[in-house]
Write a protein that binds this ligand. Structure first.
Ligand SMILES: [Ca+2]
Length: 175
């Protein structure tokens, strides 16, 4: 199962908007903490996508961005990952997948999605971070998954960390 997420994991750290070195030193502690958290978000997002593939909750062709999802032959209709940076939610929303347009939907007092008391809940936003998931088909059985998390430090600094993983269609390559 480990070989399934074929393995290159690249982390890049870019700080946009440089300031004086002294100021950087002062803020370094806070930035370092943001980097650690953002890195964890990148890794867990990639693992979520791997789990989605392994569990077959979505077909391999459905694991895609908005506009590229192929729902043909699947019992579940998936809308796809949003193609731009969006707020990171504490929950995945009704579709159960983090990174889609419904992430901030709250099931409301009844705790059930799809009922009239559902609402968009800004309190679900993990403030200080935004995420983008880009999935590219390299072939019919291989996808490139790139997850980028932006973090917002003090003084208006924005940092970005990206992780890249290659996801194969396990059902074709194992057994
Ligand atoms: Ca969702």
């Amino acid at each position: 199962m480990l070989e399934a997420i074929v393995a290159v994991f690249v982390l890049t750290i870019g700080l946009i908007g440089t300031a004086a070195a002294l100021s950087y030193a002062v803020h370094f502690g806070a930035i370092s903490r943001n980097v650690t958290i953002a890195k964890g978000m990148v890794v867990s997002s990639i693992e979520d996508i791997e789990t989605l593939r392994n569990s077959r909750r979505l077909s391999f062709a459905q694991i895609a961005n908005v506009g590229n999802v192929v729902n043909t032959g699947s019992s579940v209709v998936f809308t796809g990952y949003v193609t731009d940076f969006q707020d990171i939610s504490l929950g995945p929303g009704p579709d159960g997948v983090a990174g889609t347009a419904d992430d901030l939907t709250d099931p409301g007092p009844d705790g059930v999605f799809g009922t009239p008391d559902d609402f968009v809940n800004p309190a679900l936003v993990r403030s200080g971070y935004r995420r983008r998931v880009i999935i590219t088909d390299l072939s019919s059985s291989m996808k490139k998954v790139e997850v980028t998390v932006q973090y917002f430090g003090s003084g208006g600094r924005v940092g970005e960390i990206s992780g890249v993983a290659y996801l194969n269609d396990e059902s074709r390559t194992t057994h």
